[in-house]
Structures are given as C-alpha cells and as structure tokens.
Design a protein around this ligand. Structure first.
Ligand code: COS
Length: 379
C-alpha cells in the first residue's frame, strides 16, 4: 500500500490550510465563545467544493473519493472541530443519504444545491428518549392519501435550525420492526415543522445543534427516500460511512493538539531548558504521535474500503472508536503539557479537548462502536 497523499489530497490539504488561515482562525474564538454557527463561512466552504466532496460532478459535486474527504476533514479538525463537524454532517449524513438511497429525481433536485452550499443539510435519527437505541424511535408517520403526516421530535440534530433540507428517519410500522422505519426529505418552511437551537454545549460550539418538532407535518410521498420501511437499514449504512468522517475529524483534532504541544514544548523553558528536553514530555509527545498515526491508518483503511464499495461496518467502527478516543487523549495531554496556560482559553488545548469529547459520543458512542465491532467479530 502507498501511504503518500495523492495530488488531489495535497491540493485539498493546502486549500483547506489557506482557507483556515484567512476565514476560520481569525473568527473561531468568537464563534466558540458566543456559539455562533457561521452560515456564510459554511457556504464559502461549499464554493471550495467541500460540501459535495464525493458527490459525482453530474450532480454538482467535486467527484473525489473518501481519501480526499478524509484529508479535508483532518485539516479542518486541526483548526476547528465545530466547523469540521458541520462539514462532516452535511456531506456524510444528509447529502450522503440522498446520494446513496435517493431516486434519480431526488438526486437531480437536491444534490446540486447541497453540493454547492446553496442549501445546508441536516439529518435526524436521534430522539430525546432514543439515542443509542435508535430502533425504538417514537416519531411516527401515517399515510393520508398521497401524503404522509409526521408527528414527534428529534434531538441533537446538526443544522436543525439553519438546514434548508432535513432527511428524517420516522416510524411507519410497528415499534421494533427493523422494516418499519422510513426516511423522508423535509424542506425548511414545511407547515408544522419547527426547530429550537440547543445552547450551552461543551464543545463544537461553532456547529449548530437543534431539536426538531413535527406537528402534523404533511409530506408528499415523492419525498420518501427509497422504499417505505427501509429507513433503519439505510441509516445504519449511512452511519457506517459517517463514522469515517468522525474518525477523520478526530484525527485532525488529535493532530492539532499534538502539533500545538510540540510547539509549546520547544518554546516553554523550565529548569533552564525547553521542557521538550525532559523525557516526561518527550514520552507524552511520542505516545501522541504514535496514536495519531495509528488513528489515521485505521481511518484511511476504512476510507479505502468505502472507495472500493466494500463492507466497512467493522472497520468504520474501529476507526471511529480508536480515533475519537485518541483525540480525547491528545487534547488532555496537550493541556497537561501546557500546564496552567493550557487550562486557559488563550491556548488551544482546552478547545481541542472540548471538541474531542463530542467525537466519542456523536454518530454512535464508543460503547456502541464496541457493540458493532463485537457483533461483527462474533457473527
Ligand atoms: N448496515 C446495514 N444493515 C444493518 C446494519 C448496517 N451497518 N446494522 C444493522 N443492520 C440491520 C440488521 O441486519 C437488522 O436487519 P434484520 O432485522 O432484517 O435482521 C436491522 O438492521 C436491525 O439491526 P440490529 O438488530 O443490529 O438492531 P439493534 O436495535 O440491535 O441496533 C445498533 C443496532 C445498536 C448498532 C444501532 O441501533 C446503532 O447503531 N445505534 C447507534 C445509533 C447512532 O449511532 N446514533 C447516533 C446518531 S448521531 S448522527
């Protein structure tokens, strides 16, 4: 296997670094402090071609593969986990669900708008009382002529408020029937569909999170994605791919924390010399570097399977589990290396740590990844 970045990856990495210097770094403290979701910045990321990165050009996307996608998210994660999360959720969840499971008409109608950033996408699976146990969802849709009528709520939905379009998973059959959940496309402004922003998050504060409310929302049957009843299995496949994106983002956050630690350790002097000279610090840096490399290898392994259209349930979970835990460890060690300074917002460690904590929770907790992995091993 060749582990070198290909020419497209090199170009994308440089493009994201240039964009981050100009558009993200000068503003990210304000977004983080004030929990601002910078819609205009997200749209500019769309202009770079990063909101439909693996969507074919015929649907307005960039036509790249998952290596390029992973590279873009690693670079964003090194700077701001919140912006990275928004890009990951937009690409993998909403856009991905329409691309992989939608009809030709749905793809032609929605993908060009999503890929260009003209529209921002949201995806709703989780509910206030069903997170890990996604199958037990209570939001329902009942058929009424050629429409479906949706009632219920969804929670922790990225872009729930600003999203122009939401793909939502809803019960259309009996409780616990794995063929009783259906995916619908809901456009912003549909009567009865509303959202409330969730405030005071610990990390990824530049990424918008909301609760969705469905109060007799009428949706035409042409907005059903794929077959009625197949939504749960579609969602599981979407999460298999989505977990690559959270793994990639975690690698970026981990690498960002590691690189900031190296810089600090070379500059900070104690006992008459840079603290990097002390084995206690050197060993921490060695552990961080090794873990980041291993996390990236697992992530690119999962991306390679996705590029080759192979099953990646286990490998996606390996990558997501390991990379997200490494991101937390690296954020934590960065804070320890920076000591009192690391404990303040003047230094980057605390934001890396806060952003990293979401990675072990969103798109399936670490514990869910272990369920997925153990079931795959034992089946
Ligand atoms: N791809 C395709 N189909 C899948 C699948 C996958 N990766 N995983 C499960 N399925 C299918 C199963 O084959 C099963 O089909 P049958 O009923 O026809 O046999 C069906 O889906 C139900 O699967 P299972 O019995 O494993 O369902 P469980 O209720 O036990 O749930 C877990 C499985 C826990 C893995 C699932 O609920 C899950 O991923 N939970 C976490 C959800 C999550 O990540 N939420 C975060 C969202 S933030 S964006």
């Amino acid at each position: 296997m060749n582990f070198e970045l290909n020419e497209n990856q090199k170009m994308i990495a440089q493009m994201v670094r240039d964009f981050s210097e100009k558009e993200i770094k000068p503003n990210m403290k304000k977004w983080d402090d004030e929990e601002i979701f910078p819609v205009e910045t997200i749209k500019k990321i769309g202009e770079l071609g990063l909101l439909g990165i693996y969507i074919p050009e015929i649907y307005g996307g960039s036509g790249f593969g998952y290596f390029e996608y992973v590279t873009a998210l690693i670079e964003l994660g090194k700077v701001c986990g919140g912006i990275g999360l928004s890009v990951a959720a937009h690409n993998s969840l909403c856009t991905g669900h329409i691309y992989y499971h939608g009809s030709e008409d749905q793809k032609k109608k929605y993908l060009p708008k999503l890929a260009s950033g003209e529209w921002i996408g949201a995806w709703g699976l989780t509910e206030p009382n069903t997170g890990s146990d996604a199958m037990r969802m209570k939001t329902v849709a009942k058929k009424d002529g050629d429409h479906w009528v949706l009632n219920g709520s969804k929670n922790w939905i990225t872009h729930g408020l600003s999203g122009d379009i939401t793909v939502v998973l809803v019960r259309t059959g009996e409780l616990l029937d794995s063929n009783g959940i259906t995916a619908f496309i809901i456009e912003k402004g549909t009567p009865g569909f509303s959202a409330v922003k969730i405030k005071d998050k610990f990390g990824v504060r530049a990424s918008e999170t909301a609760e969705l409310i469905f109060d007799n929302v009428r949706v035409h049957e042409s907005n059903v994605i794929g077959e009625v009843g197949m939504g749960f299995k579609q969602a599981m496949q979407i999460l298999d791919g989505g977990r690559i994106s959270i793994a990639a983002l975690s690698c970026g956050v981990a690498r960002g924390a590691y690189e900031a630690s190296v810089k600090y350790a070379k500059e900070r002097e104690q006992f008459g010399q840079p603290i990097a000279n002390f084995q206690a610090i050197g060993f921490k840096l060695a552990d961080m570097a090794t873990q980041v490399e291993a996390a990236e290898l697992l992530t690119f392994q999962a991306a390679d399977l996705k590029n080759r259209k192979q099953s990646l349930t286990k490998e996606g979970a390996f990558a997501k589990l390991y990379a997200s835990e490494v991101a937390v460890k690296c954020g934590n060690e960065a804070m320890q290396i920076m000591g009192g300074y690391g404990y303040t917002k003047e230094y980057p460690a605390e934001k890396f740590l806060r952003d990293a904590r979401l990675m072990t929770i969103g798109e399936g907790t670490s514990e869910i990844q272990k369920i997925v992995i153990s079931r795959e091993i034992l089946k």
